[in-house]
Design a binder for this molecule. Structure first.
Ligand code: ADP
Ligand code: MG
Length: 414
């Protein structure tokens, strides 16, 4: 018998203890239960995992989950198992491959997490054909698109694998995909256009502000004086990360730790752990920090320098205020940031240069606008928001025309 939506509601309660679906989870679950391939675009924290975990627990056969990071997989594994879902990972960090493979072959596994590199190996296809599958779930699906901000070539090979199992529906999940990236994901993964479920991108509890940078240590220290809770400061280089972490710690007396890919793995893990456990720590980091970190009470995210794109900005600032309480996103930019980014464009291969330039222009428009920041952000993601949100710098303190002209001049000369 087919699983239905009313079964899903009772299972939602029984397995996860939740009384209701959130946002558009229900639409996604309904499609998956009906065997329809789907692309779910929902903001970080919306609860995307549940949209494949719940059907995986309800449907016969195993749901294969493609996930880009071992750390992410192990977090998911822990939380799925805590809910009594039969889940396993196949990574180099696992010692229980034999048990996992046995459970899979006997049909005793709801979820099997693998990295795209493993999924694209021929042996994996052979393995999958030894048992029955319920679903392919492709997490962080923007990695399949060159338009996305995090292209991973191995994601391109998933299509070939999935095409060998034509009866198994596909569910692609991502938090950040503009119109072009969405179209590309649908095409690359052969998901029909009417399979798109797009949830709201607005994060009304985040107050956005974008300011020229003069003295970043002073500016950040002021922000930290206003916000006593945990915060993330994104800086452009490892050197800047180290320098800012030192100076901010000294200037504010608050716990401040650095995080970047140049630190030893143990130091990185220890700093991340300390941050997640802390109620007042600030972590200064490169963009290497953040993916998969579950810390609901981050009170501010600051950018020193400009992010790479509006997608990146949205994803990074989206780590603030996941608990729904007021939080802030403040960017401190300088004209030189854009000048450097435009110079880097010259080194980008011809084929991508135009789209990279458009990304940068979109970001410049966000920085430059005298209008509502949130409205511009949401329009970028294809929504039609009201013209003023009342909770960004430009709505709260409308810029004088002369300020705006001055900004425009700075940007043009950059
Ligand atoms: P995403 O992958 O979209 O960023 P997650 O799947 O990690 O989000 O879920 C974020 C949080 O939301 C988790 O703590 C999860 O337990 C919670 N959550 C998911 N669905 C619901 C729901 N229907 N009701 C309440 N909490 C939910
Ligand atoms: Mg997720």
């Amino acid at each position: 018998t087919l699983a239905t939506l009313s079964d899903a509601r009772s299972e939602l309660h029984r397995i996860f203890g939740f009384s209701e679906f959130r946002g558009r989870q229900e639409d996604v679950v309904e499609r998956v239960l009906a065997g329809q391939s789907t692309l779910a675009v929902m903001p970080t924290g919306a609860g995307k995992s549940l949209t494949y975990q719940l059907p995986a627990a309800m449907l016969p056969g195993t749901c294969v989950v493609i996930s880009p990071l071992i750390a992410l997989m192990h977090d998911q594994l822990r939380s799925a198992r805590a809910n009594g879902i039969r889940a396993a990972t196949l990574t180099s960090a696992d010692a229980d491959w034999r048990e996992t493979l046995d459970a899979f072959r006997c049909g005793n596994l709801d979820l099997l997490y693998v990295a795209p590199e493993r999924a694209s190996q021929p042996g994996f296809r052979d393995l999958l054909s030894t048992a029955s599958l319920s679903l392919f779930a492709i997490d962080e699906a923007h990695c399949v698109s060159e338009w996305g901000h995090d292209f991973r070539p191995d994601y391109r090979r998933l299509r070939g694998l999935m095409d060998d199992f034509p009866d198994v529906p596909r569910l692609a999940l991502t938090a950040t995909a503009d119109r072009q990236t969405r179209a590309d994901i649908l095409a690359q993964l052969a998901i029909p256009e009417d399979g798109l479920v797009l949830a709201g991108f607005d994060r009304p509890n985040i107050r956005y502000a974008i300011r020229p940078r003069d003295n970043p240590v002073q500016q950040l220290a002021r922000l930290m004086a206003e916000e006593a809770g945990p915060g993330i400061v994104y800086a452009p280089t490892r050197r800047k990360v180290e320098e800012l972490a030192d100076k901010l710690g000294a200037a504010t007396g608050r716990p401040v730790l650095p995080y970047h890919a140049g630190l030893d793995a143990e130091v990185r893990a220890a700093n991340q752990h300390a941050f997640v456990a802390s109620e007042d720590m600030v972590i200064v980091a490169t963009v290497a920090f953040g993916m998969g970190i579950d810390k609901p009470d981050v009170r501010f995210v600051a950018h020193v320098g400009v992010p790479k794109s509006i997608e990146g900005y949205y994803q990074e600032t989206g780590r603030a205020g996941r608990d729904g309480d007021p939080a802030r996103a403040v960017m401190y930019w300088g004209a030189g940031d854009f000048a450097r980014a435009r110079m880097r464009l010259e080194e980008v291969e011809e084929a991508r240069r135009q789209s990279e330039r458009e990304r940068l222009d979109a970001l410049a428009a966000l920085v430059e606008t005298p209008g509502c920041r949130r409205a511009l952000l949401l329009r970028h993601f294809g929504e039609s928001p009201p013209n003023a949100c009342g909770n960004c710098d430009n709505c709260l303190d409308p810029p004088q025309v002369s300020d705006a002209t001055e900004l425009a001049r700075k940007l043009l000369s950059a």
